[in-house]
Design a protein around this ligand. Structure first.
Ligand code: NAI
Ligand code: MG
Length: 491
């Protein structure tokens, strides 16, 4: 499998790009240090790729698409490759969970949960690709019209650092199942499992050039990839600002895009809700992955009659939360890097200065390494929904609780941000469950539950600034393909 560079050394692991089925360094030979967020210490390095490397990867993917066999293979055979990849991921599960956890700082049990979800994506798309088909359309007399679902060609996937393995899997699973070839640019802060999974895909029988990975900074490698004229479709998960830049770059070539851009997702708790069932879910939805989840439940709207009870219950739980290194497996790990730590701290300090009521604070483990990027969870109460802490994505363990009066008030506040990704509704009233679920502007609504991450089978994506296009589930196969209509005039 290409030239193996000394990745077996325990410290200073040198990871490579994966292009055309081979490990290759960047043309410049420049590298980016990889530090563990748990202690800030460098333990590996990745290539700092630039436009030249991107071009090489895109040409490799374009050649693989044109020459086949991937794009012309029966869908069932492509599916078998993806299924085998899922099994290899399961087999290498401990290695992948440890690598992801070390690279991102997430607690090791979250790394393991990510492996299970990743495996499920390849299992799901391995079985789904041969179930998608076109239509025949009643047309004029003497004609037969039918549609085919065809791959776009070269799909570029720009992946964030919060759930690298899972987000890669939802992109790669759907794109590859439909016969596209792939160039992936993982985040500079979390590229390691992406490289490893490309290698495993090769081992599972995905042909050379079909699954390419180039690492590097967004402003160089990411920008060059989204603007490359031989890329046929771009899919991106990350910040709204970067999403705009990528759409503008892809627009120069008039290419299609899928954009998953985060949110400010509310959970609405009515006075008749089962509060015992809700409470742990309300906390977990913002604490999972340190709050660095696009679908994090970062706002709680509580009906005034139960506001004091819910606020007190949340405060009690928040005060017990402890952040620590990934291998200590506490409630949450560190944040991804110093910049995110400073950003979150700045937003919390601004909320405190604005006089917003601080209800509780978690803590950082006393023995957590001082070089790590820790942030103690923060809970704010009686938050005016117009304030920044209730409007902007914090991407950290920070929860804003706001009281409301009635159903109309709840819907108004829930819909009163620029985002629309996920919502939770807690009530025993069946009519209200349906009414609120329909009126909340969000790509997913959970009633008496909340699902941040996971949900492989469930279409996922945003309204408003949360983006457009849908990933996950069967629906992603439509985004990752285009309809071709063929008309026969047979008289
Ligand atoms: P980002 O959106 O800039 O980074 C995500 C990916 O985009 C990375 O692979 C990065 O290299 C790439 N990228 C950056 N600039 C690019 C460009 N001009 N062209 C092409 N690719 C580019 O996110 P960042 O700066 O790491 O985090 C900032 C904020 O973004 C977070 O605080 C959070 O609010 C949000 N975010 C949301 C995520 C989500 O899951 N929705 C994931 C990561 C960040
Ligand atoms: Mg890292």
């Amino acid at each position: 499998m290409g030239t193996h560079i000394s990745r077996t050394v325990a410290e200073g692991l040198a990871f490579m790009n994966f292009i055309g089925g081979r490990q290759v360094d960047s043309a410049s030979g420049r590298r980016i240090d990889v530090a563990s967020p748990s202690d800030g210490r460098v333990f590996a390095s990745i290539p700092e790729s630039a436009a030249e490397d991107v071009d090489r990867a895109v040409r490799s993917a374009a050649r693989a698409f044109e020459e086949g066999p991937w794009s012309r293979m029966p869908a069932v055979e492509r599916g078998r490759c993806l299924t085998r990849l899922g099994l290899l991921i399961e087999k290498h599960g401990d290695e992948l969970a440890a690598l992801e956890s070390r690279d991102t700082g997430k607690p090791i049990r979250q790394g393991r949960a990510d492996v299970v979800a990743t495996m499920r994506y390849y299992e799901f798309y391995g079985g789904a690709g041969d179930k998608i088909h076109g239509d025949t359309i009643p047309f004029l007399p003497g004609y037969t019209a039918l549609t085919l679902r065809e791959p776009h060609g070269v799909v570029a996937g720009i992946i964030p650092w919060n759930y690298p393995m899972q987000i890669l899997a939802r992109v790669a699973g759907a794109a590859l199942a439909m016969g596209n070839t792939l160039v992936v640019k993982p985040a500079e802060d979390a590229s390691l499992t992406t490289i490893r999974i490309a290698e495993l895909a090769h081992e599972a029988g995905v042909p050379e050039g079909v699954f390419n990975v180039i690492t590097g900074y967004g402003r160089d490698a990411g920008a060059a990839l989204s603007a490359h004229p031989a890329v046929d479709y771009v899919t991106f998960t990350g910040s709204t600002l970067t999403g705009t830049a990528i759409q503008q770059a892809a627009a120069v070539n008039n290419r299609g895009v899928t954009m998953e851009l985060g949110g400010k997702s509310p959970q609405i708790v009515f006075s008749d809700a089962d509060l015992d069932a809700a409470m742990p879910v309300l906390v977990n939805a913002i604490i999972q992955n340190g709050g660095q989840t696009c679908s994090a439940g970062s706002r709680i709207l509580v009906q005034r009659e139960v506001y004091a009870t819910v606020a007190a219950g949340l405060a009690e739980r928040f005060s017990k939360l402890v952040a620590g290194p990934h291998d200590a497996d506490l409630d949450l790990g560190p944040l991804i890097n110093r910049r995110q730590q400073e950003r979150v701290a700045g937003m919390v300090a601004a909320a405190e200065e604005a006089g917003i009521e601080a209800l509780a604070r978690g803590s950082v483990a006393a023995d957590a390494p001082s070089g790590g990027y820790y942030f103690a969870p923060a809970l704010f109460g009686s938050v005016d929904p117009a304030k920044a802490i209730a409007q902007e994505e914090v991407f950290g363990p920070v929860l804003a609780v706001t009281p409301f009066d009635d159903e109309a008030d709840a819907i108004r506040i829930a819909n009163g941000t620029d985002f629309g990704l996920v919502a939770g509704v807690w009530t025993r009233d069946g009519g209200r469950q349906h009414r609120v679920a329909k009126r909340v502007r969000a790509g997913q609504v959970f009633v008496n539950g909340y699902g941040a991450g996971g949900g492989i089978e469930l279409p996922f994506g945003g309204f408003k600034k949360s983006g457009h296009g849908r990933e996950k589930g069967f629906e992603a196969l439509y985004d990752m393909s285009a309809t071709k209509t063929i008309v026969f005039n047979h008289g």
